[in-house]
Design a binder for this molecule. Structure first.
Ligand SMILES: Nc1nc2c(ncn2[C@@H]2O[C@H](COP(=O)(O)OP(=O)(O)OP(=O)(O)O)[C@@H](O)[C@H]2O)c(=O)[nH]1
Length: 260
């Protein structure tokens, strides 16, 4: 788009693939025809509500695994070696332009410390945007934190109610491991992610590896659902096709946007 002020690395013209095809249950590899046709249409470019499309992403995981560092690297391009515990919850709004259409990720960084968890949960329960994505973070150099992803998964699922979010299991601090140690950690992580029906990504907030790609993947996946749901709602509700189009992944209706 000529007048697009979104930074270049936030402008998506192609669908973003998973880290590895074996590491995801989400096999979508391109935008749907519905989305492509809609984004090419003149109506869509003139659509004044398009800047309101928001997808809520929650980041959870053990203490000090690197949740805040992921957000800082993605939103501010910075990395801090010192540790400051998150108290309660913080959130950031990050803007993308996908196929020329504005789209926002609302990213919630929660506290890993037990004593702050109930504060965080009450915050995101009461927010008016449905949780579309849960990122469960663990530290690749600390196997215990991988085992705990299961606990975070069930916690998040309780909070999401009837919604079926996309789930990502993200291993941080990839820069600390190499060779055999990394391969072993990855094998274990892929197995755990599979058991939770989640997509696995390894990242490093220190050197930035895979951080932008991870969020671009999340934006592409959820944007496609958002437009499809929007189109489904705008159709007359008379025939059985509409019932099908109101169903999201695995047959559960999942409205993923503020205005969907
Ligand atoms: N080497 C390396 N260190 C990292 C990386 N990510 C985070 N760290 C370090 O790990 C420590 C904890 O990082 P945080 O991002 O504050 O962890 P957190 O999960 O937000 O912690 P809580 O807020 O307590 O839940 C800090 O000292 C970071 O510098 C990484 O990718 N590589």
């Amino acid at each position: 788009m000529l007048n697009d002020v979104t930074p270049k690395n936030r402008q998506l013209t192609n669908f973003v693939k998973p880290y590895e095809i074996f590491s995801t249950p989400y096999y979508k590899l391109d935008f749907s025809e519905i989305t492509k046709t809609f984004c090419e249409s003149r109506n869509c470019k003139a659509d004044s509500t398009s800047s309101l499309r928001v997808c809520k992403v929650i980041i959870v995981g053990d203490v000090s695994v690197g949740k805040t560092s992921i957000v800082n690297r993605f939103c501010r391009k910075m990395f801090d070696t010192s540790y400051k515990a998150t108290i309660g919850v913080d959130f950031e709004m990050e803007r993308f332009s996908i196929l020329g259409i504005p789209y926002n990720l609302q990213i919630w960084d929660t506290a890993g410390q037990e004593r702050f968890r109930s504060i965080a949960q009450s915050y995101y329960r009461n927010s008016h945007v449905f949780i579309a994505v849960v990122i469960i973070v663990f530290d690749l150099s600390k196997p215990d934190t991988l085992l705990n992803t299961r606990k975070w998964f069930f916690d998040a699922m309780n909070t999401c109610g009837d919604m079926l979010p996309y789930v990502f299991v993200v291993g941080t601090k990839k820069d600390l491991l190499g060779g055999f140690a990394y391969k072993t950690a990855e094998l274990n992580a892929v197995n755990v992610a599979k058991s939770l029906n989640a997509e696995y990504w390894p990242v490093s907030s220190k050197n930035g590896e895979n951080i932008d790609l991870l969020f671009a993947r999340i934006a592409a996946l959820t944007f496609d659902d958002c437009i499809k749901n929007e189109k489904a709602r705008s159709r007359p509700i008379t025939i059985s096709n509409d019932i099908v189009s109101f169903k999201g992944r695995k047959g559960v209706y999942n409205s993923k946007c503020v205005n969907c």
